[in-house]
Design a protein around this ligand. Structure first.
Ligand SMILES: Cc1cc2nc3c(=O)[nH]c(=O)nc-3n(C[C@H](O)[C@H](O)[C@H](O)COP(=O)(O)OP(=O)(O)OC[C@H]3O[C@@H](n4cnc5c(N)ncnc54)[C@H](O)[C@@H]3O)c2cc1C
Length: 341
């Protein structure tokens, strides 16, 4: 992909003004606190801005990566070439159906923990299991985020998707389409959007990212419909507090991206990594958490390469010792070594 930063910057300034930034450190935009520079960074606040940016990028063949809060993302030390746009669309409305249920119509950039607090005050339940999931709702659909035996898929009705798969084939305008729940292939930390994104490990044991498309991802979640039900505000607040306390006890306080690997069927990735003797192991300034072995933490000044060195070590050891091929839960974004999907 050829990309002229100067030209793109000048053009995009016309659309986004001072919100466009050049050479933006991605470490500022992910919970790992690592990652190199994005050539161009912008935070999108409306659906129209998202459509305009995607259309410009498709027309001009500018590479574009769309992200949420960066809480499940490991950016490469080499950064991201092209434009990185954060989906920060944050409006929502509630359609009360008058029978003790409602439909929440939320934009994809709504932040889960903030929304939960609002809903608790209003006495609407359904999402209260997620105060410890610091991402956006859109990001939550990708991995079907969940906790405490619940997940987003259990309350999700549909998503509106900006489908730009046409951009690869140079077809005309992107279209917005509604995907019903049944079309989303939701499972344990899985959705249709992840089908071709599984990270493989190479002969030396290193994770190899999936090759990037011009506009990545090419199915962009813009809006979600979520079922809510009436619940006692006090009970909701109590549950939320209980879940928060549970997190404090069981998860590390340092910077991380939550669980590194998915749990394999019938077991726990954390148990296997701990049994492989890795709890507390360090590479550079990254560590397998002392508190929870399926968390890699940045103890201050870690690089993405430090984190990947631990991912490699954990994957290799667990495979050799237990024959379990752990699947990465965190997504690799940016200039990593790539493989065809
Ligand atoms: C401390 C901590 C605890 C966590 N606990 C949990 C937990 O209990 N359960 C759990 O499931 N997860 C957990 N996570 C992981 C994370 O919060 C979730 O996966 C979350 O849903 C990611 O949302 P995000 O907006 O940060 O996505 P990002 O990390 O920004 O993006 C993740 C991927 O989704 C894509 N994406 C993001 N938004 C969109 C969109 N609108 N349309 C299309 N693609 C999009 C991005 O390109 C990227 O590939 C935790 C993370 C942390 C840091």
């Amino acid at each position: 992909m050829t990309f002229d930063v100067e030209t793109a910057y000048t053009e995009l300034q016309k659309l986004f003004g001072a919100r466009i930034r050049c050479n933006e450190p991605l470490a500022r935009h992910c919970t790992f606190g690592v990652g190199g520079l994005a050539d161009i960074w912008v935070s999108l606040e409306t659906q129209q801005e998202l459509i305009d940016l995607v259309t410009s990028c498709a027309e001009r063949r500018w590479p574009l990566l769309l992200v949420g809060n960066g809480t499940n993302t490991l950016y490469a030390d080499a950064g991201v070439r092209g434009i990185v746009a954060r989906i920060a669309l944050h409006s929502y409305t509630i359609e009360d159906r008058g029978d003790g249920t409602a439909l929440l119509l939320a934009e994809a950039g709504v932040s889960w923990p903030r929304l939960i607090n609002d809903l608790a005050v209003l006495g609407w339940g359904g999402l209260e299991f997620g105060p410890g999931i610091p991402g956006t709702l859109g990001g939550g659909v990708i991995s079907n985020a969940g906790a405490h035996n619940s997940d987003l898929g259990q309350v999700l009705a549909w998503v509106d998707v900006l489908d730009v798969r046409c951009a690869e084939r140079e077809l005309p305008a992107p279209v917005v389409e509604r995907y019903q729940h049944s079309a989303l292939a939701l499972g344990y930390r899985h959705s249709r959007f992840r089908t071709h994104r599984r990270v493989q490990f190479d002969g030396q044991g290193y994770p190899v990212a999936v090759v990037r498309q011009l506009i990545e991802p090419a199915e962009i979640i813009m809006r979600l419909g979520i079922y809510l039900r009436r619940a006692d505000p006090q009970r909701l607040r109590m549950l939320i507090e209980e879940y928060k306390q549970h997190r404090k006890r069981t998860q590390p306080p340092q910077q991380s991206a939550g669980s590194i690997f998915k749990n394999p069927v019938g077991d726990y990735a954390g148990r296997l990594i701990e049994a492989a003797g890795m709890k507390g192991m360090m590479r550079g300034k990254a560590q397998i958490s002392e508190r929870h072995a399926n968390f890699i933490v940045n103890v201050g000044g870690a690089s993405a390469a430090d984190i990947v060195a631990l991912i490699k070590e954990a994957h290799t050891r667990v495979l050799a010792r237990f024959g379990v091929d752990l699947e990465l839960e965190v997504e690799l974004r940016g200039e990593w070594k790539v493989t065809q999907s």
